[in-house]
Design a protein around this ligand. Structure first.
Ligand code: SAH
Length: 348
């Protein structure tokens, strides 16, 4: 009878060392293999050239390496690259490489589909299929790092968890992936260059603070008026703005790290004075900055980008209140790689 082989990358370094000792080899062999699996990104046991043939065959008998596979790569006119990533069980997620003059940012997914139900987001139309494993998250980053070196002659500089899914609904795996990304045995990246974005899962924001994480936090706010927020992001009925405020105050007290609010202005939804005043007021609670994101239409006609005047009204009100505000133009729109457009549209 064929026994189901385990994914070797689900083992910690200690477990891998134990495995070799239990099989009559040296613990050191575990370090070697671990290095192949992570910092050297080996896709097969064959690749592990400083490991004996017998050992490789023994590993082959016991384990598989569940590596992601970039199925399809699309390049935008503006240099943005979207990867359709095939997982070991056949499911797909997407991740994006966003180059600017000075940096390369990876936008990675944390779930297949999404747990939440934001009405303006294409990913939310796919129901959540499953959480990504730590190695599936790590692999997306490693793949983009490779692409960055290949196309831009420089390593990846930043990571944003703004792809498919709600990272804080897959908390342990996202944390494990970030641990690996920032460790010297992984990619050795600074946590300061990583941003985790949440739609506002308040309990988990507090947990991040308790865990004293060193990465940055972004919150997709979109409205500081309860009724509007509840309407466009129905799940927020369970996470009222007062709770969000309290969680963010807790976050700031513990981490002293400024929060970024992501905010899209839509015609007839949040382009009125009441919405602007509410945002300015909300921004006073904790040190923050606001990114006004351009809306990327998702073909359902319900939401439309607000006028230039409305955006300017937001900018002047925020600036008048000494709040840092930036307008973020979308990248990769022509290949459906922009915020909220990731929905495996071209990949099936
Ligand atoms: N679930 C997390 C991670 C996804 S980040 C979160 O919501 O923060 C994706 C960002 O793109 C979020 O700020 C989201 O609100 C925004 N977004 C979703 N759909 C969009 C659209 N159609 N146009 C512009 N931004 C969108």
């Amino acid at each position: 009878m064929e026994i189901e082989k385990k994914d070797i990358r689900a083992l910690t370094k200690e477990k891998l060392r134990d495995f070799f000792v239990d099989n009559g080899d040296k613990a050191f062999r575990g370090n070697q293999v671990y290095e192949w699996l992570w910092s050297k990104g080996a896709h097969s046991f064959e690749d592990m050239t400083n490991v004996s043939k017998e050992t490789r065959a023994m590993l082959e008998r016991n384990f598989v390496i569940n590596h992601i596979k970039v199925d399809k790569m699309q390049k935008s006119e503006d240099g943005t690259v979207k990867n359709a990533v095939r997982l070991h069980d056949g499911l797909l997620v997407e991740s994006v490489l966003i180059p600017t003059e000075t940096r390369t940012t990876a936008c990675v997914s944390s779930q297949v589909g999404c747990s939440l139900d934001c009405n303006f987001c294409a990913t939310a139309k796919l129901k959540r299929m499953r959480n990504l494993n730590p190695d599936e998250i790590y692999d997306q980053v490693a793949a983009i790092d490779k692409e960055s070196r290949l196309y831009h002659n420089r390593p990846l500089s930043n990571i944003v968890f703004m792809g498919m899914g709600e990272p804080l609904m897959n908390y342990p795996n996202v944390m494990k992936a970030i641990e690996k990304i920032t460790s010297d045995e992984g990619l050795g990246m600074s946590p300061k260059r990583i941003t985790v974005s949440t739609s506002g899962v308040t309990k988990m924001i507090k947990k991040l603070a308790d865990d004293e994480v060193k990465f940055k936090l972004a919150v997709s706010l979109h409205s500081a008026v309860e009724e509007i927020r509840n309407k466009i992001m129905p799940f927020t009925k369970n996470f009222p703005l007062t709770e969000l405020r309290e969680a963010l105050e807790y976050w700031y007290a513990k981490t002293k790290s400024r929060v970024t609010y992501e905010y899209v202005v839509w015609k007839g939804i949040n382009d009125d004075k009441k919405s602007i005043d509410a945002l300015v007021k909300f921004c006073k609670y904790v040190p923050c900055k606001v990114n006004l994101i351009e809306y990327n239409p998702i073909d359902d006609g319900e939401f439309q980008q607000a006028s230039e005047e409305s955006i300017n009204a937001y900018i002047s009100a925020l600036e008048k209140a000494d709040i840092v505000v930036k307008v973020r133009r979308s990248r990769g729109k022509d290949i459906d790689a922009a915020c909220g457009q990731l929905a495996n549209k071209d990949a099936e």
